[in-house]
Design a protein around this ligand. Structure first.
Ligand code: PXL
Length: 262
């Protein structure tokens, strides 16, 4: 079976990060191997939460993985709570010849998430530039490139080594879009927008893209699969609080055996 390392946090409430990544990657028939960057009682959008930072353990975890002699087909990264975590991942990525998808988790709706300093964002940018696919939302693309224009921002990443840029959460004329940018190619897919931007949709997006690509789909088909799945899950979400995330569990079966085609 293919193996995917998932480097992300584990949050008890507010469906996101590893709680989303593990089931999604598994449903594609790919082994999910999590490495938690932090353990939280809930994601940081709630007013109060407890957090255990695992920065001091990350190199020990990688060391133990290396002793096992494992190699990965894919590495998917998400939330980091410290620059030193990103440095450890940069070393690990350079040692593996895995397909790298970096979800540059840094902010949303025009603001940085709590705890994301300028220097942490710069480190995440360094990692993002090593990636095969980067999946920023509109805010993160701006934080990565300083560009508000999506095409110009995506081109900066492409010119600096990224193969595919997928921009999520593009709001236009009451619709929500996801765009794919590659050298000399770009396309945006729009779907109806409910008006609520739920937490965790970025994590769903990056995990579905990774699962699709590792099961043989093109990046183009992977974006469509992710966008359609999230749209369906959002439409059928009961949560009143955006922090609770979307009810993706009800639709996991739709991804089984799809090989990236929804
Ligand atoms: O979904 C992004 C995310 C991931 N992990 C943690 C978060 C957030 C967004 O707020 O707080 C801990």
């Amino acid at each position: 079976m293919k193996k995917c390392a998932l480097i992300n946090d584990l949050s008890g409430f507010g469906k996101c990060s590893l709680c989303v990544g593990i089931p999604i990657i598994s449903v594609f028939g790919v082994e999910a191997h999590p490495l938690p960057t932090a353990v939280l009682s809930s994601q940081t959008g709630y007013n109060s939460y407890e957090k255990v930072d695992l920065t001091d353990k990350i190199n020990d975890f990688f060391y133990e993985w290396k002793k096992l002699g494992v190699s990965f087909d894919g590495i998917l990264t998400g939330y980091f709570s410290d620059e030193r975590q990103v440095d450890a991942v940069l070393d690990f990525v350079r040692e593996q010849s895995a397909f790298l998808l970096v979800d540059p988790v840094m902010g949303d709706s025009g603001v940085r998430y709590k705890g994301f300093s300028q220097s942490l964002c710069s480190k995440i940018k360094e990692l993002a530039l090593c990636a095969d696919i980067v999946t920023p939302n509109v805010t993160e693309l701006y934080l990565l490139t300083g560009e508000k224009d999506l095409k110009t921002g995506a081109e900066i990443l492409l010119e600096n080594g990224v193969k595919t840029v997928m921009v999520t959460g593009i709001q236009e004329n009451g619709k929500i879009g996801n765009a794919i940018f590659e050298r000399n190619f770009c396309e945006t897919f729009f779907l109806p927008y409910s008006g609520i931007s739920y937490s965790g949709t970025g994590d769903l997006f990056s995990a579905i893209v990774m699962g699709s690509v590792l099961s043989g789909s093109s990046a183009y088909d992977a974006v469509k699969t992710a966008a359609q799945f999230i749209s369906l899950a959002v439409e059928n979400t009961d949560s009143v609080d955006r922090n609770d995330g979307v009810d993706f569990e009800k639709f996991l079966h739709l991804l089984v055996g799809r090989e990236g085609k929804f």
